[in-house]
Ligand binder design. Structure first.
Ligand code: GLC
Ligand code: CA
Length: 555
């Protein structure tokens, strides 16, 4: 008996493309849709089922496309609508699917709706956004933006403030206005009719603003927290149910919400009853475990085994039989996983990259692979602030360093560990200049380890991280237990080993991962665990696990 109902998106593996950094087809230094099309055979070879492409819509790029100025046009740097059609046809011709990024908590300030909205208080588009009067000569409330500073911007033209939970170039859309919902649902339907296969929904848990009360100010913080008023509210759940009825139920889609929150929140967003989304992302093991100080994510806390395991196991157990999970360790907002959770030294990079892949791909939930993860790409370790492009980094620099609150050396160390640009350096294709990403000057430097780490080299080496991922993906397509098996944690207090079991129809799959660079004892005996499905070591030592060893056994 399967613990879960069948669905194609449960059996799938999703590959995330960050188009700006994937492949540049015309030498302007910026990745583009034709670049994606040229590399579809590579993705087919890897064996992934679904491609989630970060936003490719018209945008002034204050936040690399997460600020959309026209939802029905292609970003000019990325190509044309014909290029999109060709990319989609190429994906479908290879039996893969395309999930687009839906960024509708906010638009760009250059979207025609906002251009109108800010013109006057009685403009017909005024209510498409969230405008408020100031209070006592200041902002309407104490909320801080996710990217530093206040979440409110005074607009001189009309003397009111608008809300932006991200940069001031990303004004929040007013979902309470039924016209806004109509526009968004029409636009989604339009893309579905064009043939896309799903949506990854950007910060979708924030669309339902319930009130505009001051938020709690945590010790040392400069602003109040908007979360109690804006995140995971009943209003958000109501909008998602409406979206489900008016759009999603009419097509066969993969839907994943960038929701975060607790397992209880995820159970509502991605409930088996099918009332909202298919699945949502957890952030407790990425953003959550480093949110230890008033500096938010900025620290070198990294990701210790005990904390990561506590979060992932808790989510695995809580969602089981109730909701579907999506599992990942990195994406375009996180550093490279091998640098953060593994070991990116030449000695252990490949072993630890394979171990982390094993850990994720054997869990209950749909696995997500972020471009370059299948090569074991690493952080770039920029040394100075000028090397970064990311608006999040520059705003944080202004808020903490330029104001004298934090010293530059600490901040640069934290950026090197955790900043988003680490995952955004160009894809490393081969040993040509700029790793074959571009014939021009790349918009963000290529990591200079590309002669060692690149796709061409990986494809020639049967022992590469690439072929290991290919095998992990193929195993998912062969063994039901990997998709549908019940999750059972093992050795929950082991300081070095992350272990768990999956169970289905009397079968058992055991997963052992050594999270350290030492050979460590393992309390489970391999004799009783059955046949080996995959491992990153050709041989084993009974009762022990080698550094970063991963093994999966089926009985
Ligand atoms: C999401 C995106 C991130 C973006 C933000 C604002 O978190 O993943 O890249 O900056 O939303 O759209
Ligand atoms: Ca280009």
């Amino acid at each position: 008996m399967k613990a879960d109902k069948w669905a194609w998106w449960k059996e799938a593996v999703v590959y995330q493309i960050y188009p700006r950094s994937f492949a540049d087809s015309n030498g302007d230094g910026i990745g583009d849709l034709n670049g994606v099309t040229e590399h579809l055979d590579y993705l087919k070879e890897l064996g992934v089922d679904v491609i989630w492409c970060s936003p490719f819509f018209a945008s002034p790029n204050y936040d690399n496309g997460y600020d959309i100025s026209d939802y029905r046009a292609i970003m000019k740097e990325f190509g044309t609508m014909e290029d999109f059609d060709r990319m989609l046809a190429g994906i479908h011709a290879r039996g893969m699917k395309l999930v687009m990024d839906l960024v509708v908590n906010h638009s760009s300030e250059e979207h025609a709706w906002f251009v109108e909205s800010r013109k006057s208080r009685d403009n017909p588009y005024r209510d498409y956004y969230i405008w408020r009067d100031g209070v006592d000569g200041g902002e309407p409330n104490n909320w801080g933006s996710c990217f530093s500073g206040s979440a409110w911007q005074l607009d001189e033209a009309t003397g009111q403030y608008y809300l932006h939970l991200f940069t001031k170039q990303q004004p929040d859309l007013n979902w309470a206005n039924p016209k806004v919902r109509d526009e968004i649902f029409d636009m989604m339907t339009w893309w579905c009719k064009k043939g896309i296969d799903g949506f990854r929904m950007d910060v979708i848990g924030m669309i339902g603003k319930e009130n505009y009360n001051d938020g709690p100010v945590y010790p040392g913080a400069l602003y109040g927290d908007f979360v109690p008023s804006c995140q995971h509210t009943e209003t958000t759940h109501r909008y998602l149910k409406e979206m489900r009825e008016r759009v999603l139920d009419k097509f066969d889609l993969l839907t994943v919400g960038e929701c975060g929150g607790t397992p209880a929140d995820a159970i509502r967003y991605s409930n088996d009853d099918g009332s909202e989304l298919n699945m949502s992302f957890c952030f407790e093991h990425t953003d959550g475990i480093c949110d230890h100080t008033e500096m938010g994510k900025w620290s070198d806390h990294g990701g210790p085994l005990d904390e990561v395991r506590e979060v992932l196991n808790r989510w695995q157990l809580a969602l089981q039989g109730k909701a579907w999970n999506s599992v990942y360790l990195t994406n375009h907002d996180q550093p490279r996983q091998v640098s953060r959770f593994g070991n990116d030294s030449p000695l252990w990079r490949e072993k630890s990259a394979k171990m982390l892949g094993t850990l994720i791909h054997m869990m209950r939930g749909t696995p997500y692979v972020y471009q370059g993860e299948e090569l074991g790409m690493t952080n770039i370790y920029f040394k100075s602030i000028d090397q970064y492009q990311d608006v999040e980094v520059h705003n944080a620099w202004k808020q903490w360093v330029l104001s004298g609150r934090v010293n530059a050396t600490d901040m640069l160390r934290w950026f090197a560990k955790i900043a988003r640009d680490n995952a955004r350096t160009p894809m490393q294709w081969n040993s040509q200049p700029n790793a074959g990403f571009t014939t021009g000057t790349p918009w963000l430097p290529v990591n200079n380890n590309y002669l060692e780490i690149n796709a061409e080299k990986a494809l020639k080496d049967p022992d590469s991280v690439f072929y290991y991922y290919k095998k992990l993906i193929a195993l998912r397509h062969t063994h039901d237990i990997i998709v549908y098996g019940e999750f059972i944690p093992l050795l929950e207090n082991d300081p070095c080993v992350y272990a768990y079991r999956r169970a289905l129809d009397g079968k058992e799959l055991t997963v052992l991962c050594n999270w350290t660079d030492k050979t460590v004892p393992c309390a489970l005996s391999s004799d009783e665990m059955g046949e080996e499905l995959i491992s990153n070591y050709p041989e084993h030592k009974e009762g022990f696990l080698y550094p970063y060893e991963a093994r999966v056994m089926l009985k």
